[in-house]
Write a protein of this length. Structure first.
Length: 213
């Protein structure tokens, strides 16, 4: 019976980019929130809870080793409508790796995300924002587009929740991509800041969205 079923179409591979996307084009008054390095059971659930409270979607660029430890959190991300992106397996400095290691870092992460959610990532982000030609080529081979950011909250430096809030609100503009972290250290300031700036962004008329593929 299955021999007559139509062949399953594969998504066309994206082109090999020379630079990552820094903002979302043609998005109107939209803004993208992204969170890196997770999932972390201490902070990711609180981020998800806040996003759900306000009915918005975000992007989570996850590390494969964290996904392997907490696949339930990644399943929750996907189930709640968020985009799960690839942030490598162990968060290395990509340009210092040979192509074979870059492929291992990205492909292993895509595989563990697909095992957890049923879908492989369509977006990836280089740790530290350090890209090279090989990462663009390998990312495209794996079906992913490279996404960077417009506004860096520098929350990993733990500058205080008020400073994080100010950086987001001062940098907010149509098409902006905001970088924060839900893992990799003490992210309680990030969680507190999100609870403050998210309703303010919505009150200012921003539509929190995720890019289409």
């Amino acid at each position: 019976m299955t021999s007559n079923a139509p062949p399953r179409l594969r998504r066309a591979l994206p082109p090999v980019r020379q630079r990552p996307f820094l903002r979302v084009a043609g998005a109107g008054n939209s803004l993208v929130l992204t969170f890196d390095d997770g999932p972390d059971p201490r902070y990711t659930p609180e981020v998800l809870r806040t996003l759900r409270r306000y009915g918005v979607r975000a992007m989570f660029f996850v590390c494969g080793e964290m996904v392997a430890e907490h696949p339930d959190l990644v399943r929750r991300m996907a189930a709640e409508g968020h985009v799960v992106g690839n942030h490598s397996w162990s968060h290395p400095l990509i340009p210092k790796l040979p192509p074979s290691r870059i492929r291992e870092e990205l492909s292993a992460t895509s595989e563990v995300v697909e095992q957890a959610t049923g879908s492989a990532p369509l977006w990836y982000r280089a740790p530290y924002g350090a890209w090279n030609r090989h990462s663009f080529e390998i990312g495209a081979e794996l079906g992913m587009e490279p996404l960077a950011w417009t506004v860096d909250t520098l929350d990993w430096k733990e500058p205080g929740a008020r400073t994080i809030v100010r950086r987001v609100l001062d940098g907010a503009a149509p098409g902006v991509i905001v970088l924060s972290h839900d893992a990799g250290g003490n992210r309680s300031q990030t969680v507190t800041a999100l609870r403050t700036y998210l309703p303010r962004l919505l009150d200012e008329g921003y539509h929190i969205t995720v890019p289409r593929r």
